[in-house]
Design a protein around this ligand. Structure first.
Ligand SMILES: [Zn+2]
Length: 231
């Protein structure tokens, strides 16, 4: 079985839109009584898979891919959602996003965007963007920590937070799009999902050859694939 690490195709000739968070709902932050670290979901392992929080989102331009990058990992178009349900129903789930337009943004927000990214950035924000959905995935395989030179440095039994250390830096599950070199998946731990994430690899998405084939056959856009090693 061949596995791939999935990353964002930003657009070869013309840059694809990114999803920008305007507001996040029901995203509760509390301090874990055991490890003292701020946690953002009942269990940090499920941060990206938690359906109870939701977002209001605008697009930063109007060239739309089927898989789009946002601060909350990947989001998918209606068509990509249909293909995923048709072929990978056991591996995926979705949560709604409230899509908003340029005209919905407050003067204060527009000023902040202008100050941060310039006047042209505001002009590119579209009205009436298409509907996108949060893509929720499951943990589908284990990383060979020893071979990948990754050390588990915190494993909190109360909040579920796990922190990892690698010679090139420290990572935790919440924030990191990590590219630990090399990457080894333990093939025998694979649970059979064609698209999944791996504990210890932050919000990085992995897939199988079958996912890559269906993605290509359906001419979906927005992703890049790099084959990785298995052990
Ligand atoms: Zn904790």
């Amino acid at each position: 079985m061949n596995f791939y690490i999935v990353s964002i195709d930003w657009g070869k000739k013309k840059r694809f839109a990114c999803g920008c968070l305007e507001e996040v709902f029901n995203f509760n932050r509390t301090i874990c009584l055991n490890c003292g670290i701020e946690i953002v979901a009942p269990n940090n392992d499920q941060l990206f898979e938690d359906k109870t929080w939701n977002v209001k989102m605008y697009m930063d331009r109007c060239h739309y891919a089927d898989f789009i990058n946002s601060q909350i990992r990947k989001i998918v178009s209606e068509r990509a959602k249909e293909v995923l349900i048709d072929h990978f129903n056991n591996a995926v789930d979705f949560a709604d996003i409230e899509m908003i337009s340029l005209r919905d943004l407050t003067a204060e927000k527009l000023k902040a965007i202008r100050d941060w990214s310039g006047y042209t950035a505001v002009k590119k924000i579209p009205n009436d963007p298409p509907q996108y959905f949060r893509l929720l995935l499951k943990q589908g395989a284990d990383l060979d920590f020893e071979k990948s030179n990754v050390e588990l440095v915190l494993n909190c039994p109360t909040c579920g937070r796990k922190d990892y250390k690698h010679p090139i830096g420290n990572f935790n599950l919440e924030t990191n799009e990590t590219t630990w070199p090399p990457i080894y998946i333990i093939e025998s731990s694979w649970k059979g999902y064609d698209i999944f994430y791996i504990e210890g690899k932050g919000n990085t998405v992995f897939c199988t050859e079958r996912f890559f084939e269906i993605y290509s056959q359906n001419k979906l856009t927005g992703l890049e694939f790099r084959q990785i090693s298995v052990s």
